[in-house]
Structures are given as structure tokens and as C-alpha cells.
Design a protein. Structure first.
Length: 227
């Protein structure tokens, strides 16, 4: 039997009409793992998080715009991109509600960033200027190497210690939130994945985009956690 999971989305304006947007790759990856995605509109008020999660088996935090630095007490950087404070508020409520219910959480790209902020961490608002290095993490056409720590949920889920991941982000984890541990790093040291130090409840957060990969191990691991 398919299990329903709450999946966050972004908003976009087309010809004056506001729309809710989710890349189809997320839908395909979740469906391939036997899951049914229920899209959470970012326009909803935070109190709606509870009823949504009561009907869901897990939570998926997807990619999108920058996290508002006001969420972690920082001044906006000159290169801060588009933000959506309404989406931030809704996702912070979803994270709190999922943790209260012990629901598994899979966080992707912006997802690892808002999760880190929700748990007390901070972000680089612009890697190029705040943490310059040899990797252009914002290059949508590139991939870069990643090292995965052994004896971690991430390693047990994807089964590799060294790999290559797709990279398209200009923000990243700066100060890791208390209670989280880094489990993967790019070759320049940027944190690429994190999970709870105590391992429970099930939670995995990655900076890359596994929904675009054919292998699907992260989504299968998430689905198994719902059983």
C-alpha cells in the first residue's frame, strides 16, 4: 500500500498568476519508491502544518529560493537571492510538527538549509563571497566529488564512501545545528549532508539533488523508514 508523504513546494508568478511549483523529478523519484507525494502549498499558514502531518507518514523538504537570514538572526548579504518568508514559516512549522510526531524527514538542497536553521544552525548566504573555494557550487551543469563518513545513516543508505554529486546552490550550512552531525563533504570542505547525532528519529539531509539521479537509494531508504 502506498504511503502519503508531505512534500514542500515553492511559489511562482506567471503572467500575474501565482502558482504552486514542484519539479516533476521529485514526484517521479517518490513514486518510484512507492510513495504518494502530497504537495504542501507555501501560501498556507503555519497552523496548517499539524493537520497536514496528521495525514502524512513523512516529510520531504525540497529545493528552492534562499532562506530568509532573519530566521537565524543574520543581516541580509548583498548577494542574497530571492526569499519567501511565508514558505520559511510554513516549513519551520512542518519541521517542528514532524519532529514532535517522530516522522521521518528527507531534506534536499534548500531542505538541508531550512532544517539546519530550524534546529539552531546558520548558513553561508553566498558561498562565492563568504567561503571562496575551487568548486563552483552554483554551476548547474557541473558535478563535484563528495566524501561520505562511514558508520552513518547516509552511508548505510547510499552505500558509497566516495562519489560525485550534482551541484546547484549558492548557500550552504555554515554553523551546524546542535544535535546534527555532518556526514558528507565536498572536496572544498563544504558540508554536503547531515543527520541527527542520536540517529533517531530517521532524518537525512543532503545538499545535492538526488531526485535527478536514476539510482534512487535515498528515496528508497526514506520509504523503508516509513514502514
Amino acid at each position: 500500500m502506498s504511503r502519503v508523504v508531505a512534500v514542500t513546494a515553492r511559489r511562482r508568478s506567471d503572467a500575474g498568476r501565482e502558482r504552486v511549483v514542484l519539479n516533476s523529478a521529485y514526484v517521479r523519484a517518490l513514486a518510484a519508491a512507492g510513495l504518494v507525494p502530497a504537495i504542501v502549498p507555501p501560501q498556507l499558514a503555519p497552523p496548517a502544518a499539524g493537520p497536514l502531518l496528521d495525514a502524512a507518514a513523512g516529510l520531504v523538504l525540497t529545493g528552492g529560493e534562499d532562506v530568509d537570514p532573519a530566521c537565524y538572526g543574520a543581516v541580509p548579504h548583498p548577494r542574497l537571492g530571492e526569499t519567501d518568508p511565508g514558505r520559511d514559516a510554513m516549513e519551520l512549522a512542518l519541521i517542528a510538527g514532524a519532529r514532535q510526531r517522530g516522522l521521518p524527514i528527507l531534506a534536499i538542497c534548500r531542505g538541508i538549509q531550512i532544517l539546519n536553521v530550524a534546529l539552531g544552525g546558520t548558513l553561508y548566504q553566498d558561498l562565492l563571497s563568504e567561503r571562496p573555494g575551487p568548486i563552483d557550487h552554483a554551476n548547474e551543469a557541473s558535478c563535484h566529488g563528495v566524501d561520505v563518513a562511514p558508520d552513518t545513516r547516509l552511508f548505510r543508505t547510499i552505500g558509497i564512501r566516495r562519489g560525485s554529486v550534482n551541484s546547484r546552490h549558492h548557500q550552504a550550512v555554515r554553523d551546524l545545528a546542535p544535535g546534527l552531525v555532518a556526514t558528507a563533504w565536498a572536496d572544498d570542505g563544504v558540508i554536503e549532508a547531515a543527520e541527527p547525532a542520536q540517529r533517531e528519529p530517521w532524518m537525512l539531509a543532503v545538499q545535492w539533488h538526488p531526485e535527478d539521479e536514476e539510482e534512487g537509494a535515498l528515496f528508497r531508504g526514506f520509504a523503508q523508514a516509513l514502514e
